[in-house]
Design a protein around this ligand. Structure first.
Ligand code: ZN
Length: 316
């Protein structure tokens, strides 16, 4: 059997997995990224993890056809470089050439959100579809697009950043420097910002009570307060779901895909949330119900990035 290695390179941790032809992880190991130690240190760590996988699985390099790396930031796959990553503090980092030199194995790179999308497309929630968009909602809003069986990441271009399209012109400040991005309305950071404002304005709300008990607001406890019937939290969550829904209508109108896969912390809300989002998309999508995409929650969790990275060679 031929194997590939997928590496999920994050700002805090590096996870490397040996993946078989069925898209299953057979071995998985992790190390701290320590980006402050520089590009050479981080690529040495990745090369060491690759060798460790060979040892654990008793494989020779000839049995592994490629390494795929999902990296934060903007990658240029034709140049084989990470053009810019603020998490890693890399500028024009020659990742493909360096990993090939340190391991002897052909290496492919892509944006981390694209890799997660590819993993879900190949063996997860998007498996039975030919085209999909994955939207990851956590601290930020990430996106990955697969069209007609191929990762939409044309050579020489950066990945899609649908979270940084405009929701409200001149609206809330976004981490990217613009105002009014989707991320400034439909991320957990945005929900927590609004939750704290609401708690300030409504000391009688459950949100204010939680804070008074010393608990910081987060995505989960704001949703929980809404489900328990707190009117202030419910208004916030309803508005948040509407922002998500409006964004999903934009995604459906843009790409015409048959499924939108929801990943990140929000996916724990499950079918209850998927049904509400689908209702908004069916009601408002230009092409109408017949063409409205299914809305499903991601199924691979944190493994999606490793599995998708391992499949980069196949989906070039
Ligand atoms: Zn933005």
């Amino acid at each position: 059997m031929k194997y590939t290695i997928g590496i999920d390179l994050g700002g805090t941790n590096i996870v490397a997995g040996l993946v078989n032809e069925k898209g299953e992880i057979e071995e998985k190991i992790a190390a701290k990224t320590q980006p402050e130690k520089g590009f050479d240190f981080v690529t040495d760590t990745m090369a060491r993890l690759v060798k460790e996988l060979f040892t654990r699985a008793a494989l020779t390099p000839a049995e592994v056809s490629s390494i795929g790396i999902g990296s934060p930031g903007t990658s240029d796959k034709s140049a084989g470089t990470i053009v810019f990553s603020n998490n890693l503090n890399w500028h024009d980092a020659p990742l493909v050439a360096t990993m090939k030199e340190k391991t002897g194995i052909d290496t492919y790179i892509a944006n981390d959100a694209d890799c997660a999308a590819l993993g879900e497309f190949a063996v997860g929630a998007g498996e039975k579809y030919n085209s999909m968009v994955m939207i990851t909602i956590g601290t930020g809003v990430g996106s990955g697009v697969v069209l007609d069986g191929k990762l939409f990441a044309p050579a020489g271009s950066s990945a899609t950043e649908l979270g940084h399209t405009t929701m409200i012109t001149g609206g809330e400040a976004c981490t990217c420097g613009r105002k009014g991005c989707v991320e400034a309305y439909a991320s957990f950071s945005a929900l927590i910002r609004d939750g704290n404002r609401a708690a300030d304005a409504h000391p009688e709300s459950m949100l204010a009570e939680l804070r008074a008990k010393g608990q910081a607001l987060n995505g989960k406890n704001i949703f929980d307060c809404a489900k328990e019937g707190d009117a202030v939290a419910k208004a916030l969550v309803d508005r948040f779901i509407d922002f998500m829904g409006q964004f999903f209508v934009n995604v459906a109108n843009s790409f015409g895909v048959k499924v939108i896969v929801v990943g990140g912390g929000i996916s724990k809300e499950g079918q209850w949330l998927a049904d509400q989002l689908r209702e908004i998309v069916v009601r408002e999508m230009y092409a109408g119900e017949r063409f409205a995409p299914a809305i499903v929650m991601a199924t691979l969790g944190n493994d999606a990035g490793v599995i998708g990275a391992a499949m980069l060679e196949q989906y070039q």
